[in-house]
Each structure stands twice: as structure tokens, then as C-alpha cells.
Write a protein that binds this ligand. Structure first.
Ligand SMILES: O=C(O)C(=O)C[C@H](O)[C@H](O)COP(=O)(O)O
Length: 209
């Protein structure tokens, strides 16, 4: 089950990271992203309505693959799984969270920002990792540097990625996809401009990897 994260990474070049107030915005947002060619979507657990949003996408948007982001604890992992999350994403990883995720048995992208963090996760069996925060932690150059000594790790860099720099990451052999909020900006969500979001998604889906 844990290795099913490959299905999420393979779905599209970009995993949109979205922060929504609740189900009302989540459903049309996920529909617009999927219509634009980005089926996998990471709903951050940073708002009181995030779990309801996840549940609504899972139930009402079969063309989407809804996951939970900002998963910091086993309790959150369980709650997200109960809400129907298909995968989880965390900004880092701890021993407790690794054990908790194993118990929940759900595809997971744990975060790493240093070679030692990558190696610890590798020892724990996680060969697919989120590089976070990508731009601040060294950017595409850092991932290129890890490629030689750590060739069996596939990364999903996230943090500071935009339409302007996404291709730099996606061109690297050790990048499976990238994550980012630029395809679903807070302003467009507030304006419920789903057509504009679908357009951003289309451009992101056309990136090459
Ligand atoms: O909370 C998490 O688990 C996250 O996934 C954090 C996200 O990676 C960033 O919030 C996205 O960063 P930007 O694209 O720079 O806005």
C-alpha cells in the first residue's frame, strides 16, 4: 500500500497544493484542476474545513485523486484516511509519524531537506520523498547534487515552485513531479474563478518530464 504513491506521482507533472475553507470551494476546484489535466490534488490540513473538503472531493469528484497535506501527526493521518484521502504529504518526518503512517497503511510522501533526512527515510523504506521547502533548501541544483549518491530516490519538490521554475525541476531524472500552490492561487479561489484555475492547470499539465 505504501508504494502506491507512484500512482499519484505518475498522474501529472504537478500536484496542486490547495488551501480551502471547506467543501463548497473544494469540489469545483478539484473539478477544474482535473479538467485541466491535474487529477492529484493535495488539500492542506490548515483550515478547520480541510477534512470536510477532502471528503467532499473523494465522494463527488471521481476523476480527482484527493490527498491531505500538512500531515504532522498520526491523529491527522488517521483523520485524513477516514475522510477518504488517497495519499498523505508531510513537510518532514519523525519516528512517531513514520510508525503511525505504517499503521494507517496509506501512500505517503514524507518531506526531507538534507541528505541525512533523505537517507533516514530511505532506510525506513521510503524511496519517494517530498523535497521541502524546495527553493529555500537549495532548489534544482540541490536535487541535481543528490542525484549521483542517491540515484534511487524520486522526489516531488514543493515550496517556492512556480510556472517559471517548474520545468527546471521536472527536467531532472530524480524528479517525478512537483508540487505547488501556483495553479490554485488563494485570490482565484476567493473569486471562484474556476475557469482561470483550469487554464493554469492546463499550462502546468503541459510541462514535460
Ligand atoms: O503543508 C504542506 O505539507 C505542504 O505541502 C506545504 C506546501 O508545500 C507549500 O505550502 C506549497 O508551497 P508554495 O507552492 O510555495 O505555496
Amino acid at each position: 500500500m505504501l508504494d502506491k504513491i507512484d500512482r499519484v506521482i505518475a498522474a501529472a507533472p504537478v500536484i496542486p497544493v490547495v488551501t480551502v475553507r471547506g467543501a463548497e470551494d473544494a469540489v469545483p476546484l478539484a473539478r477544474a484542476l482535473a479538467a485541466g489535466g491535474l487529477p492529484a490534488v493535495e488539500v492542506t490540513l490548515r483550515t478547520p474545513g480541510a477534512l470536510a473538503a477532502l471528503e467532499a472531493i473523494a465522494k463527488n469528484v471521481p476523476e480527482a485523486i484527493a490527498g491531505a497535506g500538512t500531515v504532522l501527526s498520526t491523529g491527522q493521518a488517521k483523520a485524513a484516511a477516514d475522510a477518504g484521502a488517497a495519499f498523505l504529504v508531510s513537510p518532514g518526518a519523525t519516528d512517531d509519524l513514520i510508525a503511525g503512517i505504517r499503521a494507517v497503511d496509506i501512500p505517503w510522501l514524507p518531506g526531507a531537506a538534507t541528505a541525512s533526512e533523505v537517507m533516514r527515510l530511505r532506510e525506513a523504506g521510503f524511496f519517494r520523498q517530498k523535497f521541502f521547502p524546495a527553493e529555500q533548501a537549495g532548489g534544482a541544483a540541490m536535487l541535481k547534487g543528490w542525484g549521483a549518491p542517491l540515484p534511487d530516490i524520486v522526489f516531488c519538490p514543493t515550496g517556492g515552485i512556480t510556472a517559471a521554475n517548474a520545468q527546471d525541476y521536472l527536467s531532472l531524472p530524480n524528479v517525478g513531479c512537483v508540487g505547488g500552490s501556483w495553479v490554485a492561487p488563494a485570490k482565484l479561489i476567493a473569486e471562484k474563478d474556476w475557469a482561470a484555475i483550469e487554464k493554469l492547470a492546463k499550462a502546468a499539465a503541459a510541462l514535460r518530464r
